[in-house]
Design a protein around this ligand. Structure first.
Ligand code: 5SP
Length: 244
């Protein structure tokens, strides 16, 4: 017996927006129906790209206000350090639930990975944020099961492209990981990120994702962003409305 329905969430990735107008772009997709904003934090080491640090993130938070959930995906070799910095500038959240998501990559931790990941999740909760773990396409899904079983994370992000850049092609070969997780965890938030648009959303949603990140499909649609967001949400509803 399920105790709550699975949330269906569409999270535009700001990586594909016009960074010169970051606050306005963020507000534009929120007005167009986005549930969360996906913030790609890249350090030039874990991936060969560099995006924003705490200063720009603070500006984004001020632009959108404290109510909006900022789903930060830390593609960084030092997530412990950067998560502290981002949480520090996130501002005073008076709301009943966290307004900050902190997704780190399991791959950054070496031999003692599980212990370090558990400690980071505990710290994220102490910061009143929501911990999640991400996997590159080549990382086996089994790596994160102890974190889910321990309820250390609220979400698993299955990358459906190699992390680093927007506008890449969706990798359907990553979906067996989603199916495996959904069969095991009916109520876990499972996020897909990379190459998600109106032609690929059904595959990700049917495999079991209930959170879709989409960058170029949403921002590339210009004034039609709302139509794309609505289409992504419909794919989620088609897959999940009758499954819980
Ligand atoms: O994290 C990443 C890439 O590393 C993603 O968030 C992409 O930015 C999504 O962009 P599209 O693939 O949807 O264009």
């Amino acid at each position: 017996m399920q105790s709550k329905p699975l949330a269906t969430i569409v999270a535009p990735s700001l990586l594909s927006c016009d960074f010169g107008n970051l606050g306005a772009e963020a507000k534009r997709v929120l007005d167009a129906g986005a549930d969360w904003l996906h913030v790609d934090v890249m350090d030039g080491h874990f991936v060969d790209n560099l995006t924003l640090g705490p200063v720009v993130f603070q500006g984004l938070r001020r632009a959108v206000g404290q109510q909006v959930f900022l789903d930060c995906h830390f593609m960084t070799t030092a997530p412990v350090f950067w998560i502290e910095q981002f949480a520090r500038v996130n501002g005073d959240n008076q709301g009943p639930a966290p307004n900050l998501g902190c997704t780190f990559h399991y791959e950054v931790f070496g031999e003692d990975g599980l212990r370090m990941a558990l400690a980071l999740c505990e710290r994220v909760r102490a910061l009143r944020a929501r911990p999640a773990v991400a996997l590159r396409p080549s990382t086996p899904v089994e790596a994160v099961l102890p974190l889910v079983d321990a309820a250390a994370v609220d979400m698993v992000l299955i990358m459906t492209v190699e992390p680093g850049h927007g506008g890449q092609s969706f990798m359907p070969e990553c979906l067996p990981k989603v199916r495996f997780l959904r069969e095991r965890y009916p109520l876990l938030d499972i996020q897909a990120d990379g190459g998600i648009g109106l032609t690929t959303a059904d595959a990700a949603a049917q495999a079991g994702c209930n959170v879709l990140v989409s960058g170029s499909a949403v921002f590339g649609a210009g004034p039609d962003a709302g139509r794309v967001i609505a289409g992504l949400r419909e794919a989620l509803h088609r897959a999940h409305d009758h499954s819980v």
